[in-house]
Design a protein around this ligand. Structure first.
Ligand SMILES: *Cc1c(COP(=O)(O)O)cnc(C)c1O
Length: 354
């Protein structure tokens, strides 16, 4: 299918990234397993290009409004994007972001590679003030796992006017709920492992940009550091992405309904749900012990880290030593899948009541 921006995201997710339409052509792209290519073509060697990557990248790039590069994992894409920070530069980021991103920046700060300024993303004026003299803005909205929502249009506009390179981790939203490049972001990164691939069976990452110079730098980083995805994994992610709109619609509807019911549950002290998306954070009455009991009692929900799959997962976030102490000890993050909402509710309700 030729790309047509007049088509809706659902149509583009299904139709893009397929071989040219001609008699006898396969409908699905190949898993291209070749480490090298006959000389003088567009690609010489498998570390710099692969037809399965291209199929995946064409779909994600179109949806985000830029050109995508697939990486071996979300963290590989994040490392590539963070490498755009100049030596000694300052990075502004929310206090709560994905703990891998936070830890990477902390370790680079300790090595003297860069400096960080951590801000409350819901305080737009504070974020904008922190951008003065900064080099890079790192954003997640909603944040993981506190689900704080920043004013992305205002913050990205300010970054642009102050000449600060902006990078947005769009994993929680997917391009169906937010397209940061259209709001002024320079680079979008994804843990494709989550909603995009959607089946908890593959790790993959991606970086997307509409800026040619940044694209070349990220592409060179991928070649040089070798953080390349396997063709099989990329193919699985592309296959998963074909149903993103259907999965996300169900997961978001389930999450909205569960968040509404949880707010009235006698065993729930606090519910965080930004009003969109498929991730909820709750604090059961009774603190950490109560949260750990829920993890033990669920039968439909799986106690496991990660999110964005067809199956519903939950976990106490502070079980991870890297999680900051400002995240409540009892906070239980729920990733809502596509199961029947009544089954999810009954299971959660019995686990909370004990
Ligand atoms: C999981 C996650 C990552 C890391 O991605 P991997 O694919 O596990 O390397 C980055 N950002 C967010 C928001 C995530 O949820």
């Amino acid at each position: 299918m030729a790309d047509d921006t007049a088509h809706s995201p659902a149509t583009r997710l299904v139709g893009l990234g397929r071989p040219a339409r001609q008699p006898g052509a396969p409908v699905s792209p190949p898993v291209e397993l070749s480490s090298t290519f006959v000389a003088d073509g567009p690609v010489n060697y498998g570390r710099s290009g692969n037809a399965t990557w291209t199929a995946f990248e064409d779909v994600l790039g179109a949806l985000e409004g830029g050109r995508a590069l697939a990486f071996a994992s979300g963290m590989a894409a994040i490392s590539a994007a963070m490498s755009l920070t100049p030596q000694g530069g300052t990075v502004v980021l929310p206090e709560h972001v994905y703990n891998g991103s936070s830890s990477l920046l902390t370790s680079q700060e300790e090595q003297g590679r860069l400096r960080t300024r951590r801000v409350d993303p819901t305080d737009t004026a504070a974020v904008v003030a922190a951008l003065d003299g900064a080099d890079v803005l790192w954003m997640e909205s909603p944040t993981n796992p506190m689900l704080e929502v920043g004013d992305l249009p205002a913050i990205l506009t300010a970054a642009r006017s102050k000449g600060v390179l902006s990078i947005v981790d769009n994993t929680f939203n997917t391009p169906l709920l937010a397209q940061p490049l259209s709001l002024g972001a320079d680079v979008v990164v994804h843990s494709v492992t989550k909603f995009l691939a959607g089946h908890s069976d593959v790790l993959l990452g991606a970086a997307v940009t509409a800026n040619d110079e940044l694209y070349e730098r990220l592409s060179l980083h991928r070649v040089m550091y070798g953080a390349i995805p396997g063709p099989h994994e990329t193919w699985l992610a592309l296959r998963g992405m074909r149903t993103l709109h259907v999965r996300l619609e169900r997961s978001c509807a389930n999450a909205a309904e569960l968040a509404r019911r949880l707010a009235d549950h006698p065993q729930v002290a606090d519910v965080r749900y930004p009003g969109f998306g498929a991730v909820i954070a709750v604090e059961p009455v009774g603190g950490r012990a109560a949260t750990e009991a829920v993890e033990q009692r669920v039968r439909v929900w799986l106690p496991a880290t990660s999110l964005g799959g067809v199956e519903s997962l939950l976990e106490r976030r502070r079980r991870h030593p890297g999680e900051p102490e400002t995240v409540p000890d009892a906070l239980l993050r729920l990733s809502v899948g596509i199961e029947d909402v009544e089954d999810l509710w009954r299971d959660l309700d019995q686990a909370l009541r004990g």
